[in-house]
Each structure stands twice: as structure tokens, then as C-alpha cells.
Design a protein around this ligand. Structure first.
Ligand SMILES: Nc1ncnc2c1ncn2[C@@H]1O[C@H](COP(=O)(O)OP(=O)(O)OP(=O)(O)O)[C@@H](O)[C@H]1O
Ligand SMILES: [Mg+2]
Length: 514
């Protein structure tokens, strides 16, 4: 019997000369969950865009259900039962969930869209697969995890038999990831087939039946997941041994760099997002912030980075107030910020790599001299960072838009690490980047710490928080509910209990350790 999908000797040469896929063979069986992994820029998204008709292959053949096909557009792919949920979502923000789901296949009543029926369809699909959505809410008012569920339901409404998910868990909380996995299992029980791209090898092990590893546009092999270890997959991806444990020297704590007292933020909607937050970050230490996403971590980071106003309270860096300044002024005070939402705050897609690496400093020497931008120097600087951070780009003159998702993020990380900060605020610094680059970012964080930089690390990945931090605080419902002065001594279970609000320390007792 032939496979459900067979991509044979697929090559893709982009007009800019990048060979993103190089004679790729890839096959998927009906009803399986097939993980697709590989370093940033390995060609995963490109291969899936070809299957979904968004990019035409330069060479090669696609066989579907035993027949040679030419998939000419996404509409064509959908007609053949292939749906794709992208790394960057493609929904209409001002439409409701139900409107987005039925868009293009609306239930009609005498020529008009029957919205009641659209709501019913949405609710029925949502129930069937256990993907919770608010049918009547507009897309711009719902969290990112729900947007993703909307995309999946939309593909299912369109009759997808094969569902391609491009890094679906990169934007999800651990809880949402578990729910997604339950839904994926339901899908395959109903005979559907799922192709799943991820950088998290733990997820590969947990959810997939088989895994295909790509490197540099080529397929390195396809393995039965049960027979492969995480280390083995990582080695195949990167071509060398990857150390998934962080090696870090003992902490050499200096003076206070960041001092936050009673910081409170009330959103425009009247919701209290930060409640009297107080803590210090010292030179040479990493303070980790753990918490289920949505408990104030984002607001904390954004208030400190000058992206949101503080309602009251203080925050000082080296004795100077940080609050209610522009982001530029905050940077001038010695603060670097790796934003969690890198596509919104991190990069300008149409600007080139070099420009993106100097957006925070182009107006100062040596980038500007005598009032003139030193274009040659900026380009050189960008190229230097490309080499130092192994950013996969031909050179610094290419627009960031032409980079793979993970390489866009590396541009931001490179810029923020290269600015000699006193305080580095790192929000989800390794989200969406591959295992090799994650190892590199972790080493860089440790390096900055050794140089005496104060680091505030916010991550939804508990393993990351636990392995990098010297001290850990847990946020719940906008407040700090626990502090662990020695990160080595706390367990995942213990942190989990605080994160879920089941445990809480006495504020008076916490004070000495904050
Ligand atoms: N539209 C485009 N034009 C030119 N080059 C592109 C384009 N899209 C991707 N590339 C290049 O093709 C290569 C493969 O990119 P692709 O997005 O497929 O990687 P990926 O494996 O999905 O990586 P990531 O894990 O970072 O998302 C990269 O070198 C990228 O820079
Ligand atoms: Mg990709």
C-alpha cells in the first residue's frame, strides 16, 4: 500500500539563491502523528508550504493517496484535504471566532450568512475535538492560544484530513500544550493525520509516532519515535553532541542593580495586573520568574522596559528611575530587553538584518558620525553579529522577512546581548529557537552573568528557569507568591504548587529573600 503523502526529491531554490530544500524525500502514513524537526532555517516551513501549495517546488514530485498531484495553491491543497496552521497566524482580527472559522465556507440562508448557524458549527466542532474557543468573541480580544485553536477548527471546518501544525506549541502555556496534545490524539483517533513541527524534543517523544530530522535543507532520516532518544535526535539535527544541561559557575553576587518596590499596574480595562511587586536583582545573578503565563509576567517585563506605564510603585536601575520613560530612555539607562513577542516588538520585517541590529543605537557613535549614519560600519557590525550568533542569512543586507522564524529571533537576541547592558530582561529568550541555538543563548546568559550583568529571566519553560536561575520567584495572579533563594534546592512539583496558586508564602517572611 502506498503512503498517504509522498514528497519525492523535492528541491526549493528561492529567488535570492537560498536552497531551502535539497532533494527531500518525506512520507507520511494515514493516521500518524509525524514530527518534523531541525535547526532554524533547516527548511521545515518551506517543505510544508510546498505541500500546502503556498510555494512551488523547483523540482520534485508530490504523491497523495497514491496519485501524482500538482498542488497549485492553498485553496487547491484544502480541496485535497490538507490544512495548515502557520507560525504566524492568518486570521482577521476584527471578525469573531465563528466568522473566521466559516470564512469562505459560510452557511447561507437565502443568500445571506447565517451567523446563528456559524456559531452552532463552531460550538459543535469545538466540543467534538475538545478545542475550547469563545465563538462570539473577536480575534483581537482573545489570547494567542485560543487564536491557534481557531485556526485548527477552521482547517477542520474546511474538511482537512491532513493537518500541518508549524510550531504550534511555541506560543502555548504548558497547560494549553497538554490540551492541544489531547486534541491531536482525538484527531488521529478519527483517522486524521497530523504533521507537527517543533523544537522541543520532549514534545516529539510525547506526541509523535515517527520523526523526520532535517538539516541544511536535507532530510537526515526518519525514525520511529519510540526507538530514538532525545540526545540521538538532537545529534542528528545539529551534527554534533548537544549539551542539554547548563554548566554554570557558582554565583558571584555584587550590588543591587534593579530595585523594584510596590510596583503596581492597572490595565486600561481596570484589571489589576501587578500587585505591589517588590524585589531586587543583583549584579552577577540570574533571577528567574516562574509562573503560568498570564499571571503578570508579561506586564512586569513591559512596565520595566518602558512599554507600559506603572500605576504606582518604583523601579530603579543603579539608583535611577526606570518608570514611565520611553523605551529609548530605558535603554540609555543600561537596560536590554529580549521581548517575548519578537515579531511585534523585536524586529522590523522589511528592514535588513544590519538595520535591525542597531535600531537601539544607530543615533550614537560609532554608528552615526558627525550627524551622518555610518552605513558601512553598520553593515560590518551586522555581519559580525551574523557570524558570532550563527544567524543563517547570506549577509546583513537581506531583509529580516526572508529569514526563518528562529533566525529572526536570533537577530533580536544578538542585538540585545551585544549592547553591554547593566540589566538584561530576557522574556522567553529561547522560544522558537533550535536546540543548538538554545544551548548558545544559555551560555551567553551565563557569560553575561559572569561579567556582572544583572539578569531577569522570564520563561514559561520551567526547566529553563530551574537550570539557569540563581534565585526564583513565582508569580500568581499579579503578585509574587513565593521566593526560592537557592534555585538548586527547589523541585518542579514545589514550583508547580505555587504556580497554580495552591501554595503561598507569608509576605513578611519573603521580604528578606526578595
Ligand atoms: N520567502 C523567502 N525568501 C527567501 N528565502 C527564504 C524565504 N523563506 C525562507 N527562506 C530561507 O530558506 C531557508 C529555510 O527556511 P525555513 O523557514 O523553511 O526554515 P525552518 O526550518 O522553518 O526554520 P525555523 O525553525 O527557524 O522556523 C532559510 O535559510 C530561510 O532564510
Ligand atoms: Mg519555520
Amino acid at each position: 500500500m502506498s503512503s498517504l503523502i509522498e514528497m519525492r526529491q523535492i528541491s526549493k531554490l528561492y529567488p535570492n539563491g537560498v536552497l531551502a530544500n535539497d532533494r527531500v524525500d518525506f512520507s507520511v502514513e494515514r493516521g500518524e502523528i509525524h514530527a518534523l524537526v531541525g535547526e532554524n532555517g533547516a527548511g521545515k516551513t518551506t517543505l510544508m508550504k510546498i505541500l500546502y501549495g503556498m510555494e512551488a517546488p523547483t523540482e520534485g514530485e508530490i504523491w497523495l493517496r497514491g496519485q501524482r498531484v500538482h498542488i497549485r495553491s492553498p485553496i487547491d491543497a484544502i480541496r485535497r484535504g490538507i490544512g495548515m496552521v502557520h507560525q504566524n497566524f492568518m486570521l482577521i482580527p476584527s471578525f469573531t471566532v465563528a466568522q473566521n472559522i466559516v470564512l469562505g465556507r459560510e452557511p447561507l440562508d437565502r443568500g445571506l450568512v447565517n451567523y446563528t448557524e456559524a456559531l452552532r458549527i463552531t460550538e459543535q466542532l469545538s466540543k467534538e475535538y475538545g478545542l475550547k474557543v469563545e465563538a462570539d468573541a473577536t480575534i483581537d480580544s482573545i489570547p494567542v492560544g485560543m487564536r491557534q485553536r481557531v485556526e485548527i477548527l477552521k482547517a477542520l471546518h474546511w474538511g482537512a484530513e491532513i493537518l500541518i501544525l508549524d510550531e504550534p506549541t511555541a506560543v502555548l502555556t504548558p497547560q494549553e500544550t497538554r490540551e492541544l496534545f489531547t486534541a491531536i490524539r482525538k484527531l488521529t483517533e478519527r483517522g486524521k493525520t497530523v504533521i507537527f513541527i517543533t523544537h522541543k524534543l520532549r514534545e516529539v517523544k510525547e506526541i509523535s509516532d515517527r520523526v523526520t530530522v532535517m538539516r541544511n535543507g536535507r532530510v537526515m532520516g526518519t525514525l520511529k519515535t519510540a526507538e530514538a532518544s532525545e540526545t540521538q535526535i538532537a545529534r542528528m539535527m545539529v551534527g554534533r553532541e548537544v549539551f542539554m544541561v547548563v554548566d554554570k559557575p557558582p554565583v558571584q553576587r555584587g550590588g543591587v542593580v534593579l530595585q523594584v518596590r510596590d510596583l503596581t499596574h492597572i490595565a486600561e480595562t481596570g484589571h489589576v495586573r501587578l500587585r505591589n511587586i517588590s524585589f531586587n536583582v543583583y549584579a552577577g545573578e540570574i533571577l528567574g520568574v516562574a509562573g503560568v503565563e498570564g499571571n503578570g509576567q508579561t506586564e512586569l517585563v513591559e512596565v520595566l522596559a518602558g512599554l507600559r506605564p506603572a500605576t504606582f510603585g518604583t523601579a530603579m536601575v543603579d539608583g535611577q528611575s526606570l518608570l514611565n520613560h520611553t523605551p529609548r530612555k530605558v535603554r540609555e539607562l543600561g537596560v536590554s530587553h529580549i521581548p517575548e513577542d519578537r515579531l511585534t516588538y523585536g524586529v522590523a520585517l522589511d528592514a535588513n538584518v544590519a538595520e535591525n541590529t542597531v535600531v537601539d543605537r544607530y543615533y550614537r557613535p560609532p554608528f552615526t558620525r558627525n550627524g551622518f549614519l555610518s552605513v558601512g560600519f553598520i553593515m560590518e557590525f551586522g555581519n559580525g553579529l551574523i557570524r558570532q550568533f550563527s544567524i543563517m542569512a547570506p549577509d546583513a543586507s537581506v531583509p529580516v522577512r526572508a529569514l526563518s522564524g528562529g533566525n529572526m529571533q536570533k537577530v533580536v537576541v544578538a542585538r540585545e546581548f551585544s549592547s553591554q547592558p547593566r540589566l538584561l530582561i530576557a522574556a522567553q529568550p529561547t522560544r522558537g529557537i533550535d536546540v543548538g541555538a538554545t544551548e548558545f543563548v544559555h551560555q551567553q546568559l551565563i557569560q553575561k552573568r559572569s561579567e556582572g550583568c544583572a539578569i531577569l529571566l522570564v520563561s514559561a519553560d520551567l526547566n529553563e528557569v530551574m537550570s539557569l536561575s540563581d534565585r526564583i520567584v513565582v508569580m500568581y495572579n499579579g503578585a509574587i507568591v513565593g521566593v526560592f533563594p537557592d534555585a538548586q534546592k527547589v523541585t518542579e512539583e514545589e514550583l508547580g504548587a505555587y504556580m497554580l496558586g495552591l501554595k503561598k508564602q507569608d509576605p513578611a517572611e519573603m521580604e528578606a529573600y526578595l
